[in-house]
Design a protein. Sequence first.
Length: 80
Amino acid sequence: MSNFNAKIEITAGKNTKSIFRSVETDNKFYDENPTKMSFSLDKKITILIEAQEISHLRANLNSTLRLVQASNDSIESVKI
């Protein structure tokens, strides 16, 4: 069976580092994840996802993107 992979690059201005910490922390506590994920932070967040099945890749992409959006929305909602 083929491997499937995706690369996500995210920039969110001054929120980038906070979003990175949120997404990276969430992944650390998900031991049964059927995908392999790696995170890096430079001036942008880079997320690499590998999976044996395309459905696992799609599900992980959806979850990760929703988490990024929720993190950014939370940060924006508490600004004064």
